[in-house]
Write a protein of this length. Structure first.
Length: 78
C-alpha cells in the first residue's frame, strides 16, 4: 500500500508541477527540475501515508478476526 500511495502522489505532484510550468510559461529546465522535486517529495509523503494506512487496516482486520475467533470459541464451549 505504501508503494501504491507513493506512486500515485508522486505522479500527481509531477503532473501538477508540469502543468503549472506549462500554464505560466516557465522554462523547460526550471519546470523539469521542479517536477522532479515534486515527484520525490510527494512520493515520500505518499509512502508515509501508505505505511500508516496499511498499519491501520492490518490492525483493524486483526482485531475483527480475534473477536470472531473468540465468539466461535465461546460458542463451541457452550
Amino acid at each position: 500500500m505504501a508503494r501504491d500511495f507513493a506512486g500515485y502522489l508522486g505522479s500527481l505532484g509531477m503532473i501538477v508541477a508540469l502543468m503549472r510550468g506549462a500554464m505560466h510559461g516557465g522554462g523547460i529546465d526550471g519546470t523539469i527540475l521542479q517536477a522532479v522535486a515534486s515527484l520525490a517529495s510527494f512520493a515520500v509523503v505518499g509512502a508515509v501515508i501508505g505505511a500508516i494506512a496499511e498499519t491501520v487496516v492490518d490492525e483493524s482486520v486483526r482485531t475483527q478476526l480475534e473477536k470472531q475467533l473468540a465468539e466461535v470459541e465461546s460458542a463451541e464451549a457452550n
